[in-house]
Each structure stands twice: as C-alpha cells, then as structure tokens.
Design a protein around this ligand. Structure first.
Ligand SMILES: NC(=O)c1ccc[n+]([C@@H]2O[C@H](COP(=O)([O-])OP(=O)(O)OC[C@H]3O[C@@H](n4cnc5c(N)ncnc54)[C@H](OP(=O)(O)O)[C@@H]3O)[C@@H](O)[C@H]2O)c1
Length: 288
C-alpha cells in the first residue's frame, strides 16, 4: 500500500504522516513545493509518479480573511484543487481522503450537525470548501470527505501560525489579564487524534462523508480556562465584551459536529475535547 500525503509539512499533514508511520507505512510526503493542487497537470504529474493507493489531502487555503479578500484564489485551491485531486484519484484508481470543515454550516442549528444536515456556508472559505466537496462527490466513488473543526497540533499551522493553546500560554506569559470571546461554540480537535482517525478510516472501503471532531463542545473562553487550569497558569481570564473583537468575516457562532457516521460504523476513535487537551498539554513536547 502506497500512501501520499499532500500538505505533508502542515499542522495536520505532519501528524497524518506520523499516524501512517506508526501503522507501519512509509508515506510519500508532498508539500506545496512538490505540487500545487490548483494545477491539474502538476497534480497528475506528482501523483502519477507515485501511483498511491491512498491520497490524503490536507492542503487548503483556509485563512478565512485571506479567502474573503481573494475569493478566486480560494476557489482555485479549495474547489478546483479538490476537483483536480478527484480526477487524478479516479485515473489512478486511488482512494482519496479529503479534509473539509465545520464552516460549511451557518451555525443556526444550535445542536450538533450531522452529515445529512444541509450546508449553508457564511463566507468564502466555507463556500469554496463546500464546492470542493461537491466536485469530489461528483467525480469519484472511492472518497472519504472528513469535516473537522478548530484544529491544534504540535506543529504550527502554516496559514495561521501558533495554535490557540500555544497562543493562550504565550499571551499568559506576557500579560496579567486575557479577554476571550464566549459566544462562539466549537469542538477543539487535536490533529494527532484526527490523523489517527484518518489513517484508520482510509483502510476501510466505507466511502462517504464523515464528521470527525473531538467529542463535546465549548466556547473559546471555556477552552482557554481549561488550558490555564491544566497547566496551573496564573492569569486573570475574562469574557470579552460583545464588540471587543468584531469579526471581519461572518463565521458560524455554533459549529459543533457529531461524528454520527463514524459511530454508526463503530470507528469513532476521537476522545472528548477535555481528554484531548490534557494529552496535548501533558504528552506533547513544547513547540518552538
Ligand atoms: N486549522 C483549523 O483549525 C481547521 C479547521 C477545520 C478544517 N481545517 C482543514 O484542515 C486542513 C489542514 O489544516 P492545517 O491546519 O493543517 O493547515 P496548514 O498548517 O496551513 O497546512 C496546509 C498545507 O497545505 C499546503 N498548501 C496550501 N496551498 C496548497 C496548494 N495550492 N497546493 C499544495 N499544497 C498547498 C500548505 O503549504 P504552504 O504553507 O507551503 O503553502 C501547507 O503545507 C485544511 O484542509 C483545512 O481547511 C482546518
């Protein structure tokens, strides 16, 4: 079995490579320097040389403000890039695992979203990711679309820098007081766990659309409070006022996903967000 991981030096990609390695595979690691998924020819050339049985795509343009500023570029990568991968996966008879997002939903449901809920993205990022999903579903049978949420991992996110956990700990070392929003509800998901889930799912032939996030949900304020409690960090944590950090781009206020399809198959291996956070803070080496 040959596995190719695209975005292999990204926050999630590095953990996907590690998860396959733990399972005895030697994945081919492809970075942006090796291919640009928005080019069909380049994608065909890079993957054709490897002929992987499994392609895992973690690459995306996912900085929400940048997507809003340059929707054409976001569409090229998130929508046409996904289409290109689906075309090449079909040509090579490879399975395609494609990572998508909770931002395909508008957040109005106020109960965990399941895979069959209608999507209604609020911004360019969500729209282009949803278009990418549609291209894959239309072009390929052997796909796993894996929607996830609020990722944090040992390796910094290439698009956004430090993850929320490390940012909070850094800021707590610099300031006496921190103010964090309490009106956005998410399921913070460790990339190490998601990567393991992706590796497990990709071995099956249970193709389709999956939600894969940590169990349970919290606001960013509650997440910050848990970070400081576990690490015994002394800082005054307060709830930010309603207009203190005005969002430049509309985002769902509630984007909790239920891993219903994984659970139906008995494959859900994601822990609660509290347990995932504890593992991250107590087992991972500190990032530089
Ligand atoms: N981060 C989150 O909180 C979050 C939440 C939900 C879903 N997701 C999804 O999770 C996935 C992984 O996110 P992440 O946090 O691991 O992001 P990341 O650290 O920014 O990694 C993304 C990777 O994709 C590469 N890339 C970007 N454009 C490319 C292109 N056109 N062709 C080939 N490679 C390209 C980047 O390389 P360069 O940096 O060199 O361009 C980088 O290696 C994305 O699909 C994202 O939409 C993320």
């Amino acid at each position: 079995m040959t596995v190719a991981v695209i975005g292999a030096n990204g926050q999630l990609g590095t953990d996907v490579v590690a998860a396959f390695r733990r399972n005895g595979e030697t994945p081919i690691e492809l970075t942006h320097a090796d291919l640009d998924i928005s080019s069909l020819e380049w994608t065909r050339r890079a993957l054709g040389g490897v002929r992987p049985s499994i392609i895992v795509n973690t690459a995306a343009m996912h900085h929400v403000e940048n997507c809003e500023r340059d929707p054409a570029h976001a569409y090229q990568i998130n929508a046409l890039g996904a289409r290109n991968l689906a075309i090449v996966a079909r040509e090579l008879d490879s399975k395609l695992v494609h990572v998508s997002t909770d931002y395909v939903f508008d957040g109005l449901k106020k109960a965990p979203y399941v895979e069959s809920d209608p999507a209604a993205p609020l911004n360019v990022y969500g729209n282009t990711k949803l278009a990418g999903e549609a291209f894959i579903r239309g072009a390929l049978e052997k796909y796993f679309i894996v929607r996830t949420s609020a990722l944090y991992g040992r390796n910094p996110c290439r698009a956004k820098g430090k993850n929320f956990v490390d940012l909070m700990l850094k800021l707590a070392g610099e300031r006496d007081e921190l103010r964090v929003v309490n009106d956005e509800i998410v399921s913070p998901t460790p990339t190490a766990e998601l990567a393991q889930q992706i590796a497990e799912l990709s071995r099956t032939d249970q193709y389709g659309l999956y939600h894969a996030t940590a169990e349970g949900s919290c606001t960013w304020y509650e997440f910050a409070a848990a970070i400081f409690e576990i690490t015994c960090t002394r800082v005054q944590l307060n709830v930010a006022g309603p207009n203190e950090f005005p969002a430049k781009v509309p985002r769902p206020k509630y984007s909790v996903l239920e891993n219903r399809e994984l659970k139906k198959l008995g494959l859900n291996s994601l822990e609660t967000w509290q347990k995932g956070l504890m593992t991250y803070l107590t087992h991972s080496p500190s990032p530089a």
